[in-house]
Design a protein around this ligand. Structure first.
Ligand SMILES: NC(=O)c1ccc[n+]([C@@H]2O[C@H](COP(=O)([O-])OP(=O)(O)OC[C@H]3O[C@@H](n4cnc5c(N)ncnc54)[C@H](O)[C@@H]3O)[C@@H](O)[C@H]2O)c1
Length: 305
């Protein structure tokens, strides 16, 4: 398959990431199918999708005509067979669990055309962990996006040892075609490039709060006050989704037996159990859509208790 043959993209798992990746493909001229096992996710997803598109128009990323065209090329389905029909490229964004990812990719291997290239958007796993399950390891690699996909427009292209050079070359070209800056990893690496740095910061931030050293707000104040950034680690965690952050931290706490990672996962779980998933649910470490860190004077305000 050549890059010009890629026309139709299937998103498997239409949550925070799948929606944004789907919209990015659609605004760059691709036909997009959003698939999810949960009909409610697709229903609420369409409203979120329109919100993302509106924000892109407001910030001059796209114009109104592109918005209309893109939204018109996106279809949704909960039927795997319909989703897989005539698809050229798959982007998988189901929850961060290697067993779930392997099962879903195997399911779609049986349904998609032979030519279809499969990619995973996993944050912290390696594509080789479920390459065999795809049934097409040579046409499979990680294509990993960052939030928000249209402005944090850097994508990791990470092959596993069985990925064919043609697949890697096609994905590097595809990334450019959808307005992303591709970072080509020459070997598998946990956390890719940016996340390898970001994960260390996140772990340090959560450790400070889980160990009772400082509040989330004060951790963010320190970060924002020194780097002059508009957001700190806990504001970013809200955008990531506290359920997604918990999945990742919990998985690695289990894999490594690290007591601090377990404490950090337990901290996130107290929020997840209350339905506080971050920006997507309206509350996490902050209340959205007007989080305290985005209000004037947040950094200069007195520390909380
Ligand atoms: N949130 C981030 O900042 C971010 C960034 C980069 C990568 N990722 C990765 O992207 C993936 C998805 O994360 P997210 O934050 O979008 O999660 P999310 O929870 O917002 O969305 C996941 C979606 O997958 C659906 N789903 C669950 N099981 C499914 C199945 N068997 N088949 C089809 N759909 C299924 C859920 O209904 C949900 O809509 C994870 O691997 C995560 O690590 C997340």
């Amino acid at each position: 398959m050549q890059i010009d043959d890629v026309r139709r993209v299937l998103i498997i798992g239409s949550g925070t990431m799948g929606l944004q990746i789907g919209l990015q493909c659609a605004t760059h001229g691709y036909a997009v199918v959003l698939y999810d096992i949960d009909p409610a996710a697709l229903e609420s997803g369409l409203a979120r999708l329109r919100g993302y598109a509106d924000e892109q128009v407001r910030t001059d990323v796209i114009d109104g005509a592109t918005r209309e065209r893109a939204l018109a090329t996106i279809t949704t389905t909960t039927d795997p067979t319909t989703a897989a029909a005539e698809v050229d490229l798959v982007s998988e964004s189901v929850p961060e669990d290697p067993v779930v990812k392997g099962r879903v990719l195997a399911q779609f291997n049986a349904l998609c055309p032979t030519r279809t290239i499969f990619t995973t958007n996993t944050s912290s796993l390696l594509p080789s962990m479920f390459a065999a399950a795809t049934g097409r390891p040579d046409r499979f690699a990680a294509l990993h996006f960052h939030l928000p996909v249209w402005s944090g427009n850097v994508v990791d292209v990470m092959p596993h040892p069985g990925t064919s050079p043609d697949t890697t070359a096609l994905l590097l070209a595809f990334a450019r075609r959808i307005g992303q800056i591709p970072i080509h990893l020459h070997k598998e690496n946990y956390g890719y490039v940016f996340n390898a740095m970001y994960n260390a910061i996140n772990t340090a931030a959560m450790t400070l709060v889980a160990n009772g050293v400082a509040s989330p707000e004060d951790v963010d104040r320190a970060w924002m006050g020194i780097f002059k950034m508009p957001i700190g680690p806990f504001g970013m965690l809200d955008d990531v989704g506290l359920d997604t952050a918990w999945h990742i931290t919990n998985y690695w706490a289990g894999q490594t037996g690290d007591a601090q990672l377990r404490a950090n996962a337990d901290l996130l779980k107290t929020y997840v159990d209350r339905g506080c998933l971050g920006t997507k649910s309206g509350e996490g470490f902050y209340r959205h859509p007007t989080p305290a860190y985005a209000q004037p004077g947040f950094v200069e305000a007195d520390s909380g208790a």
